[in-house]
Design a protein around this ligand. Structure first.
Ligand code: FMN
Length: 390
């Protein structure tokens, strides 16, 4: 959680300095408190006025100005929860390594006893120079967190290593950094999205599940330190590169993938919406129109939740009930019949709940209680659900 955190942002002078304005704006939107230090070099690329405006805070750049109340390079790191330096130039990196304190930023770095996170960026030759590599290794060994630069197009008109991570990813990094790792050591299987069952070569049965709930659970569990296995139907509501993910189509594939991971798992969260019915005899070729109605015999599909309810030992099993009527009654029946520990019930007909929206209105049913929740984002609900495992 970035909200309410004090982030001291150090900006050194490279071409990526302008991108850090976007970073400031994103951090403010996440609710961070900012204070900014710029080097003289950074001020040549972007004015302090722009940073003041985007960061909605004071910008410090002159080492020898305005110390009548506080010695800023000492007080600023004391105020910070974390010191983020983006972009980090080769020059400031080298000064950091050797403990040089010749400007407001480098002096503050030396005075800092909080965690430091850096996002280096530079031309590929500068990055690959043995001096820079050695400096990076030295600060890493001292415990500085490095957001590695990327391969990409550089300002010097070449393609290579050295491009600064995009602001959106730096925000994700900080979000991960600040999240309490209360699920450390837990193995959690999360399923997401719909399954599909074949009718013929081109047609299939599926449902409207977007996968947003399951992906949010998987991503939040990763942030909280869990070893996450995400098993996803054919949807991808957002990228979760950091999570171990397997794609499936049918109920059988979904069940088999869960089975591979289940025995030593601590929890299975079944946010997927498997198709309840499948065609008894799907056709291997496209069925042609012939002027008559087409009758398909649908048979009940494998009940995955029940299968794992019967199989479970130490695992906490959490299922979902998405209903259009008699929500709590139906959810309670599911809780008993499938032998799960919790059911997350949501009424598909309520505005702001159910498939393909970013919010949900859910009730959490256990064998002892029912907790009715207000409308919240799927990310917030994901964390409520994960709290059940702590
Ligand atoms: C157009 C231009 C782009 C630059 N881009 C970078 C860069 O991306 N990374 C870097 O380490 N230095 C870059 N430099 C060099 C730094 O600005 C220079 O080393 C400066 O002394 C850095 O000072 P500072 O670390 O105090 O901000 C660039 C210089 C110019 C003129």
């Amino acid at each position: 959680m970035i909200k309410g955190k004090n982030i001291l942002l150090g900006v050194s002078g490279g071409i990526a300095t302008y991108k850090v304005l976007d970073l400031c704006s994103r951090l403010k939107k996440e609710g961070a408190n900012l204070k900014i230090i710029m080097t003289e070099g950074a001020c040549k690329f972007v004015t302090p006025l722009s940073f003041e405006t985007m960061g909605k805070c004071k910008v410090y750049s002159d080492m020898f100005e305005g110390h009548h109340d506080k010695v800023h390079h000492i007080e600023l790191p004391k105020w910070a929860d974390v010191f983020l330096i983006a972009p980090l130039t080769a020059n400031t990196l080298a000064k950091m390594t050797y403990g040089i304190a010749d400007n407001m930023l480098t002096a503050s770095i030396l005075a800092c006893d909080k965690d430091i996170i850096v996002a280096p960026t530079m031309n590929t030759n500068m990055l690959n120079h043995p001096a820079t590599q050695k400096n990076l290794k030295t600060i890493e060994d001292r415990g500085v967190y490095i957001i590695n630069p990327l391969l990409g197009m550089l300002a010097c008109n070449t393609r290579g290593d050295g491009r600064m991570q995009e602001p959106v990813n730096i925000v994700k990094y900080l979000d991960y950094y600040f999240t309490k790792k209360d699920l450390n050591g837990k193995k959690i299987i999360v399923t997401a999205g719909p399954t599909v069952e074949k009718i013929d070569y081109v047609r299939y049965i599926t449902n409207k599940s977007s996968g947003k709930m399951g992906y949010n659970i998987a991503y939040e569990a990763f942030k909280r330190g869990a070893d996450v296995k995400l098993i996803s139907g054919p949807v991808s509501p957002f990228e979760v590169d950091c999570v171990d993910k397997v794609n499936v189509n049918t109920n059988k594939e979904l069940k088999d993938e869960i089975d591979k991971e289940f025995d030593d798992a601590d929890a299975l969260i079944m946010a997927a919406a498997p198709t309840d019915y499948k065609v008894e005899k799907p056709s291997d070729v496209k069925i042609k129109k012939d002027g008559n109605n087409l009758n398909l015999e649908l048979i009940e599909n494998i009940d995955i939740l029940k299968y794992f309810g019967d199989k479970k030992n130490q695992q906490t099993l959490i299922g979902f009930a998405a209903e259009t009527d008699d929500l709590i009654n139906n959810a309670q029946k599911k809780l008993e019949a499938k032998k799960v520990d919790y059911i997350i019930a949501n009424d598909l007909k309520k505005k702001g709940a159910g498939f393909d929206v970013d919010t949900n209105i859910a009730s959490i049913l256990s064998h002892k209680s029912i907790e009715k929740l207000n409308m919240m984002t799927k990310r917030e609900l994901a964390n409520k659900i994960l709290d059940l495992l702590v």
